[in-house]
Design a protein around this ligand. Sequence first.
Ligand SMILES: Cc1cc2nc3c(=O)[nH]c(=O)nc-3n(C[C@H](O)[C@H](O)[C@H](O)COP(=O)(O)OP(=O)(O)OC[C@H]3O[C@@H](n4cnc5c(N)ncnc54)[C@H](O)[C@@H]3O)c2cc1C
Length: 425
Amino acid sequence: MEVTTTVDDVRTEFRAFLADAWDPDITVAQWWERFGDSGWAAPTWPEEWFGKGLGRDAVSIVNEELRAAGAVGAPSGLGMLLAGPTILTHGTDEQKVRYLRPIVTGREGWCQLFSEPGAGSDLASLQTKAERDGDEWVINGQKVWTSGGQVAELGMLLARTDPDAPKHKGISYFAFPMNQPGVEVRPLREMTGRALFSEVFFDDARVRDDAIIGGESNGWLVANTTLANERAGLGSGGGGAGGAAFPGHKAGMLEVRVGELAERTSRSGVQPANFGRAFELLRTIADKVGRTDDPIIRQRLAELYTMNELGRFTGLRIKSALASGRGPGPEANTAKLMMSSICRLVRDLGPEIIGPDGMIVGSDTTGGGVVQELTLFAPAPSIYGGSDEIQRNIIGERVLGLPKEPGPDKSTPFRELKVGTQSGD
Ligand SMILES: Cc1cc2nc3c(=O)[nH]c(=O)nc-3n(C[C@H](O)[C@H](O)[C@H](O)COP(=O)(O)OP(=O)(O)OC[C@H]3O[C@@H](n4cnc5c(N)ncnc54)[C@H](O)[C@@H]3O)c2cc1C
């Protein structure tokens, strides 16, 4: 295939693909198969692994063209955002064959089985254990805050395979099958009224040895690739591009007519909890309710616009760092902190604009209920993907060179630690 190099080439080539392949009358499954197999669903992935080998600018171009054509984007969720890039970096060729195509074609959805009741910020204290049984591992323990756990076919599971090793060294990273008798998923309801995440219990659940990504007891390194991608994605507004739906059979979107899904997305307008586009939303609502003459509202809208622009520039610095071969660095931490500040401003400004309607929820309230949704979801981004305090610790220690937090010796076997009392890393 001819190598595409310029922005114009990419746009022209993708438009030609869309003109040929987009058909609102096929199912979501059929569309994602065409889209995923073409390499355009993950244009930054290598050509031999379902991508196009292009720079990150290609993602923005593809999303612009999808929006212009009213077409549905790549499968959303953690497969595209986290599992795919992690398997590309650490997986064997057999694992790339097994897992990557179902991600880009939306056949399998993924969840992230990292956090536990006693291991969030201090993730390396995790206690879910994996014990070898022939060429399988038996899993026992509990995860919590598992986004999309109810609808995922696979999970990025961190489990302790060697309790005699120091806490960061005895962890393995499994591609874990969720559909099995030893797995119980219990949805957790948030104050938004939705149940986006869940608790997951493992009772003698099983996973094959060849599903370990990156080698036995090497899971901490692999998990850090996942977390770096998470921070970079969340700092840039996160949440998946192109207004697409959640992949996999359990999510129930695959057999829907893809044109119907596109219509639903455009009808609903701004995506719930999409803080990246909140300025446009709040300015439009302020216009409608006649509040754009209020000097305080104007000032705060200008503040939101400025913060969004600063966030966008930091996003561009991340892109250029990635393009020049440096991984996402401190820019990702500052971008994520900036996103938390944007969320807090939106939380305060939105209800101020819509007035008493901010106290009730529902699509018949001013703004269609999106302001209330953003307000109630606002605390979440400053917690997930590493809380604000943890981002500041990382900046303090790794960027400013401040002393590390005191904690037990790094070589202490996990078994000898009093879990839950150590400081984070
Ligand atoms: C909406 C949402 C979705 C999520 N989705 C997932 C998911 O899909 N998969 C998954 O595995 N997890 C998920 N999480 C969990 C998330 O990663 C954790 O909540 C987060 O890492 C914080 O851990 P914790 O809740 O255990 O809080 P803790 O770690 O107990 O922290 C409590 C408080 O103490 C502060 N703190 C902790 N340690 C330090 C320190 N060393 N220095 C200074 N302050 C500190 C924290 O900043 C926080 O304010 C999700 C969380 C949310 C809110």
